[in-house]
Design a protein around this ligand. Structure first.
Ligand code: DAH
Length: 340
């Protein structure tokens, strides 16, 4: 009897509390067993006070009060966590009979559709599809393509620089250099990819898409260039479109040509899309400049080649009649859903 008994009851309460956990029924049983008004253990311990000799009553009484508080607090906490966990259980309950929610269906982006179509056309002609890094070094983006540091053509490109050596590629042409560095001819490749320029308005986006083409072998002539691009453009648009080569300048080709197709919207009568000219500029091209071959370790005496580059975004806008370039990059599903 006495203080040891109080210690025993405290220890067993702690153990029972632990065992009851967050089960509300078990917590309630515990309350009745220890703090019940009619027969709880604490009641018994209070009754025992009377049996004690007077000199022991003070200490026992104090310890008993502490124990009562201890039990009271323990029960209060247990009740609270039992009801909290009941709440989370019901909130997380899974109703397996609930019908499933349909996920919104996505669709291929028009640029991706155009890219795949063009890849297919060239794959059928025996080309490989290549790729290269979007973070490029100055050498591949400019120098190897016959644009040394002081070259004026660098100004047109509004480059995003990353430190002094790296940049976001301004064109897919650096992949030409990368492929020629690691492969000897014959080479027939197309390279689709993202390119970057510091430019943003109705017709320009700081990120846009190009597709590069490169053919290198013995005996490649302007005739091959012209026939290849005509076949490509007829397949992509229609056999009826007229194709014309216009002399132009690019640092990495000599001679260079810009390629136009007859306007597919007005049939050459002149409209807003072709600015009244009847022609739409569609790609840049030319015969690979021998200096590019020298830079990448291909013998310019033995090999010749042609290259071309076109804007995929522009082709998507023409093919699907999308008036504003920025619509392509707004991430609005109302655009892409039209291509399901
Ligand atoms: N890289 C050029 C540009 O971004 C496009 C281009 C023109 C690529 C002529 C070529 C080419 O391969 O031969 O404007």
């Amino acid at each position: 009897m006495g203080l040891e008994r109080l210690e025993e009851v405290r220890a067993s309460f702690v153990a029972d509390l632990e065992a009851a956990g967050t089960d509300p029924g078990a917590v309630e049983k515990l309350r009745v067993a220890y703090a019940g008004r009619k027969s709880g253990l604490l009641l018994e311990l209070t009754a025992a006070l009377r049996e004690l000799p007077n000199e022991a009553k003070r200490d026992y009484g104090q310890a008993l009060n502490e124990l009562k508080k201890f039990v009271e607090n323990g029960l209060k906490d247990a009740k609270q966590s039992a009801s909290a966990s009941a709440e989370t259980r019901s909130a997380h309950r899974v109703d397996v009979t609930l019908p499933g929610r349909a996920l919104p269906r996505g669709a291929e982006h028009p640029i991706h559709l155009v890219r795949r179509r063009i890849e297919e056309i060239f794959l059928r002609m025996g080309y490989d599809v290549e790729s290269g890094p979007e973070i490029e070094d100055d050498w591949h983006n400019f120098e190897a393509l016959n644009m040394p540091p002081d070259h004026p053509a660098r100004d047109d490109q509004d480059t995003f620089y990353i430190g002094s050596e790296y940049l976001l590629r301004t064109q897919t042409s650096p992949v030409q250099a990368r492929v020629m560095e690691r492969r000897q001819p014959p080479i027939r490749i197309v390279v689709p990819g993202r390119v970057y320029r510091r430019d943003s308005d109705l017709r320009h986006s700081p990120m846009f898409h190009q597709l590069e083409g490169l053919v290198v072998d013995e005996g490649i002539t302007v005739g091959h260039l012209k026939a290849t691009l005509e076949t490509f453009l007829h397949t992509l648009f229609s056999d009826d479109v007229k194709v014309r080569l216009r002399p132009s300048y690019f640092p990495f080709t000599e001679p260079s040509a810009e390629v136009d197709i007859s306007c597919i919207f007005c049939n050459m009568k002149g409209c807003g899309v072709c600015s009244g000219s009847g022609w739409i500029e569609i790609l840049g091209s030319g015969m690979v400049d021998p200096r590019v071959f020298e830079a990448v370790g291909i013998d310019p005496e033995r090999y010749t080649g042609f290259a071309f580059g076109l804007g995929l975004d522009r082709v998507a806008m023409l093919q699907y009649g999308i008036p504003d370039l920025r619509q392509l990059f707004a991430g609005d599903q109302r655009l892409t859903r039209q291509f399901e």
